[in-house]
Design a binder for this molecule. Sequence first.
Ligand SMILES: CC(C)(COP(=O)(O)OP(=O)(O)OC[C@H]1O[C@@H](n2cnc3c(N)ncnc32)[C@H](O)[C@@H]1OP(=O)(O)O)[C@@H](O)C(=O)NCCC(=O)NCCS
Length: 380
Amino acid sequence: MEKINYAKGLEGVIAGESEICKVEGEVGRLNYRGYSVEDLAAHSNFEEVTYLLLFEKLPAFSELADFTASIRKARSLNPEVLEMVRNFPKGAHPMELLQSVISYLSGYVAHRIRHSATCNCRRTLHQVAQIATVVAAWQRLQEGKDPVVPRDDLSHGANFLYMVKGHVPEEDEGRIMDQCLVLHAEHGFNVSTFTARVVASSLSTCYCSISAAMGSLYGSLHGGANEKVMEMVEAIGDPAHAEKWVLEALDRKQKVMGMGHRVYKAKDPRARVIEGYLDTLSRKKNDFRYLRILKEVERVFRARMEEKGKPIYPNVDFFSGAVYRLLGIPTILFTPIFAMARVSGWLAHVLEQRKDNRLFRPKSLYVGPDPRDYVPLGER
Ligand SMILES: CC(C)(COP(=O)(O)OP(=O)(O)OC[C@H]1O[C@@H](n2cnc3c(N)ncnc32)[C@H](O)[C@@H]1OP(=O)(O)O)[C@@H](O)C(=O)NCCC(=O)NCCS
């Protein structure tokens, strides 16, 4: 058969135009609508970044005040949603719950509005606001505790910690949580965002787009990686064991989670910032175990890959799990936290897709059997 070249996994294929985010993989740079993630993490907050993503500009003072008030007002769950969280099968992962909750939430928006091409995800902010509340409620119920009613005087990150732990976090910890959400809010045509855009391209609802994106984020090659990083850290247990562990994993051709990226060929800028948060929290809590193990894994992994001529660097997930752990968040919530942040980017992409839509319809290269005769059941 004639060999036809194609881009497996669409690697390197430009699948559309976007004004939302610029990822410069070769140099490790990431901007949202022209603003660097380093600047946004240092000076902005998740609510303002959500505004930036959805409205295409930084808000003026009063615009931010109105927007923040409406997101915070939308944080509380309707009793039926809370009932759904309560009754969801116990063995399910919270990402599976979130995927269902998003579809459920669509029922609160009139059919006419959901299906209009101009369906205003900007107005129905409950997708952005309520994911955090659902995740926190799920965790509280797992612990046999009552869900905590959200507060409207805390940032998105601080309020999340409050709802998970039941007490207002120290200011610096609430701020770090919020900054982590800023850093995860958007990242171009990654697989979950692409999923959201593909679904949006059939003129489906923004709820169906977000719910599909949620399913895509759940996979361990995307959102699940920081959970796996922490499993690795637990398995290693001590920085002195890291070298042996990493070398054996590479000999077995096992992927080291949190390392490498389809786009970045330099250190992920988000990893650099989050490493700083890990350093801050490790000092504050006088607990350096995670930091030391991770730094040792990074050192050994990078040295071995350099020897093979493959410079591979930590990605955003490498340090984030350890930060969440030091903030007192259980591992199972790591991917849901990613979803809490990325929903802003997903919605921005759904809106952008609708502005200049073309149904996604790539072709596949058929490699199946040649035409053949149907064999009746009794003759097989
Ligand atoms: C993200 C990922 C799928 C990108 O893979 P990719 O596009 O194939 O990456 P590259 O082309 O840069 O890989 C070059 C080589 O390094 C290897 N490599 C990349 N990341 C690796 C890792 N984390 N562990 C071991 N080897 C790795 C690849 O297998 C490839 O080897 P090959 O040349 O023998 O085929 C991959 O790095 C990975 O699985 N990382 C771990 C999962 C993770 O952290 N995901 C979160 C991403 S934000």
